[in-house]
Every structure is written in C-alpha cells, then in structure tokens.
Design a protein around this ligand. Structure first.
Ligand SMILES: NC(=O)c1ccc[n+]([C@@H]2O[C@H](COP(=O)([O-])OP(=O)(O)OC[C@H]3O[C@@H](n4cnc5c(N)ncnc54)[C@H](OP(=O)(O)O)[C@@H]3O)[C@@H](O)[C@H]2O)c1
Length: 320
C-alpha cells in the first residue's frame, strides 16, 4: 500500500487545480498523491485525470457535506473559488468559509488558499479614484478572496495564502488577446500605462503550489506571491509580435474607458488594472519571480509560454 500523503485539490479539472494534480503525478517518487475533486466524475476532464493516475472524487463547493467528505483523510488541500462562474463576491466568501470549515473538520495539516489582495486596504471605499462596486468592494473578485483569508485563520486551519497573478492564458480563454482596430492593426488593450503587469502561465500556479506543499510547514501562516514575469504592455506586445509574426501594438486606455467596455465584469477588471497600475510597487513587490522559480524550477517566461500557446490565441483575420 502506498504511504503517500493525499492532497485534495479543488478545481482539479480547471487551470490552477489541474496544474497541481499534474505536478503531483509527474513527481513519481514524490511524497504526495492527488485527490482530484470535481462535480462530475464522469466528465472527459475528470476521466483523463483518473487515467493519468489521480483519485477522482465528487465534491461541490456549494454543498459543504460533500466537501467535508472529500477532505477526509487528506494531508493537504488546495482551495480555490470560481468567481467568473457566478460573479458574486458573497458566494465566493461563503464557499471559502465552507472550505475552511471542511479543512478544520478533517484536520487537514496544510491548506493552500488561492487568494488575491484585498484592494480596500490600499483604496478605501471613500477614495473615489475608482468607483465602489456592489456596495462594498473596489475589485470584487480580489477583495472577497482577500477578505476570506481571515476565515481560514479564524478556523485555526494551517494555511498558506497564495497570491496568484494574471494568467497569460487569458489571452486565449478570457478575451484578453490582441484585437484588430478600425485600422486593421492588432492592439493589446490594457489600462496599465507604462507599468509592468505580473503574469504567469496558469499551469505554473499548480506547480508552484506543489513546491509549497513539498516545503512542509515553512510557509504555513504566511502570504506568498507568485509570477512568471513582470512585463509592461509594450513588452507583452513585442512578445506577441514575435510569436504571431504580425505587428501587435500596446494600446493604453484609461481605466474609466475599460470599465465601460460593457462585458460582464468589465468594471471589476477596469478597477483591477487601475489598482495594479496605481499600486504597482506594492503589487509587484508581493510577487517575486525568483521566489516562484525556487518553488518551481520549470517556471515559464512569457516567450516560453507563447512558443507553446500563441497558435491558440484567437486572432481575427485581416479584412480582405
Ligand atoms: N484568470 C486569471 O488571470 C486569474 C488570475 C488569478 C486568479 N484567478 C482566479 O482563479 C479562479 C478560478 O480558478 P481556475 O482558473 O483554476 O478555474 P477554471 O479553470 O475555470 O476551473 C474551475 C474548475 O472548478 C470546478 N468548479 C466550478 N464550480 C465548482 C463547484 N461549485 N464545486 C466544485 N468545483 C467547481 C470546475 O470543475 P468541474 O466542472 O469538474 O466540477 C472547473 O473545471 C477565479 O476565482 C479567479 O478569480 C484568475
């Protein structure tokens, strides 16, 4: 019988959790084995994880009893919420609370909580440089995660608070890729001014989390931040130009214009970019690339990520 310790992984069929499951499985002589949690054990992605050697277990973060069962017997748990599925910070807080309770109930020895900065510590609600959203947030999908840190601490769960970064994969899956302007030219549109944006290959988040679990108790009770590279919009556009073989320019837009783009969550993302721009020194300081590489020696640069993924970025054909 294997004496490997179980790491229960939420979001195992998704970006962050999937990277962690694959990192654990790739280290055949490592101390851990993954328990992949999913709402549907029969989905194609769940079956692929089982075929690769993961234990696959049904759990729904909105059903606390299933979470408690799924955490039973686990040494570690990777906890992440899914803001963009529902756009509700209150739901995110409730889900994080249920995760903390389940981890406490199962006496999990090490939780990694995938969190983000509570921007209200830097931009109080009365600061009108950016609008207050949903009554009590500046950047709802950041603030609720940061606020949820206390739920893990209060439950007495041994937790590492992991600050993640902008996925470069957003260029493929989140509509953040270069767009053709009225002049037919490709532009990368972001309200970052000339400031640098910490970014990361989504797959590397799970690999860094694996590095944290391997380091034992070292980061329990600590907040640690990760990024693959910090790049300005112009540097990202130059990388895209090289990888796509077509000129991409960086187009800085004011955050208020970005907030008005009209897609669901545009106001949240406009505030998010403004926060990253206006508090750039703090934000970058919390996400060290060298530290991330010490956790995950395979950490990808933007160019490396592009060489494997640029062909998946949806690019509108030029008008003929
Ligand atoms: N995009 C970015 O740049 C970025 C950067 C930093 C942080 N984030 C944060 O990352 C989080 C999302 O993580 P991700 O990108 O890894 O997610 P993802 O790729 O969208 O995958 C989410 C997975 O979670 C599972 N899931 C969804 N609802 C669930 C529920 N109620 N119970 C159990 N599992 C559920 C789904 O699996 P099943 O269908 O198999 O159940 C899905 O495959 C968001 O909160 C976002 O704010 C994003």
């Amino acid at each position: 019988m294997s004496d490997k310790k179980i790491i229960a992984v939420l979001g195992a069929t998704g970006a962050q959790g999937g990277g962690l499951v694959r990192a654990i499985l790739a280290d055949k002589s490592g101390p851990f084995k993954p328990r992949a949690l999913t709402r549907d054990v029969n989905s194609e992605k769940a079956r692929a994880l089982a075929a690769a050697g993961a234990e696959v277990v049904a759990a729904d973060v909105d059903d606390p009893a299933t979470l408690r069962r799924a955490f039973e017997g686990a040494h570690g748990a990777y906890c992440v919420t899914f803001f963009w599925d529902h756009l509700s910070p209150e739901k995110e807080l409730a889900e994080a609370g249920a995760m903390a309770e389940a981890a406490k109930h199962a006496a999990v020895a090490h939780v990694i909580w995938s969190t983000l900065d509570d921007t209200r510590r830097h931009v109080p609600l009365k600061d009108d440089r950016m609008p207050t959203l949903m009554g009590k947030y500046k950047v709802p999908h950041f603030d609720a995660k940061g606020e949820a840190d206390a739920l893990f601490t209060r439950a007495g769960v041994p937790t590492t608070f992991l600050l993640t970064s902008f996925y470069w994969d957003n260029l493929i899956y989140f509509g953040s890729g270069p767009k053709r302007g009225p002049d037919g030219k490709l532009a990368l549109v972001m309200p970052m001014g000339d400031k640098k944006l910490p970014g990361i290959a989504a797959e590397d988040i799970g690999r860094c989390a694996y590095g944290i679990f391997k380091r034992g108790r070292e980061f329990i009770g600590k907040t640690v931040g990760i990024a693959g590279e910090h790049l300005s919009g112009a540097e990202m556009a130059a990388g895209l130009t090289r990888a796509l073989g077509e000129k991409v320019t960086y187009q800085d837009v004011p955050p208020e214009v970005y907030r008005g783009f009209g897609f669901p969550g545009a106001d949240d993302l406009g505030n998010m970019f403004q926060f990253k721009r206006d508090f750039n020194e703090y934000f970058r300081g919390a996400r060290s690339v060298d530290f991330s590489r010490s956790l995950n020696p395979e950490l990808q640069s933007f160019d490396q990520w592009l060489s494997a993924n640029a062909s998946k970025i949806p690019i509108e054909a030029p008008a003929s």
